[in-house]
Design a protein around this ligand. Structure first.
Ligand code: ADP
Length: 186
């Protein structure tokens, strides 16, 4: 599914984010930036050791990455030149600021991409794997945050959500259809 928000294409696809050719891909990292399971492990495996090298330097310099923040490294061997590492919230029932922290993870990642002059960026479904955020609630926050950002900032050419499994992809599509005013789909 693709829609245009102001000047930016917003695409939802099912796939593997490590194979995306956008300028940057976003990693659903943890605060240690030392790699992990899920999409984090897949990105480090596909991108090679150069990514972890830079992550170690970042942590040495500024400590662990707080939830909701983002940093950028090389993409190493990936097609994407850059990886933006962000930390989504662990789901604790929904009353521990999870939605604001998840929105921040998307917002900070987009802001980094814009600051670096990038044109295209791909996101996974942050926090909905090991971190347990319910997919429908996460999709609403993710899409609302990206749409709001793109309504204000029009320098990005494309934002892609790369959803790993069919169910997650379906939920994101349903949520985007619900959020868009009719007539905006193209
Ligand atoms: P978190 O710890 O933020 O929950 P996970 O990596 O456990 O992160 O899961 C986040 C989402 O990323 C899940 O929907 C998971 O299925 C998905 N995922 C796992 N591997 C990939 C991949 N290679 N490309 C895109 N998404 C992936």
């Amino acid at each position: 599914m693709q829609v245009i928000i102001k000047k930016t294409r917003l695409s939802l696809i099912q796939g593997d984010i490590t194979r995306q050719e956008t300028d940057a891909i976003v990693n659903a990292a943890n605060s240690s930036l030392m790699g992990g399971g899920g999409v984090d492990g897949a990105i480090h495996r596909a991108g090679g050791p150069a990514i972890l090298e830079e992550c170690k330097k970042i942590v040495k310099k500024r400590g662990r990455l707080p939830t909701g923040k983002a940093v950028m490294t090389t993409g190493g061997n990936l097609s994407a030149a850059h990886v933006i590492h962000t930390v989504g919230p662990i789901w604790r029932g929904g009353t521990s600021g999870e939605a604001d922290l998840l929105a921040s993870a998307y917002q900070e990642s987009l802001a980094l991409a814009v600051a670096a002059g990038l044109a295209t960026v791909s996101f996974p479904s942050i926090s909905t794997g090991a971190y347990g955020y319910p997919v429908d609630a996460a999709a609403e926050v993710a899409l609302r945050t990206v749409i709001r950002f793109l309504e204000k900032d029009t320098t990005l050419e494309e934002v892609v959500f790369v959803l790993f499994d069919h169910r997650t992809c379906e939920i994101y599509i349903e949520e985007l259809e619900r959020l868009l005013p009719s007539g905006e789909q193209g």
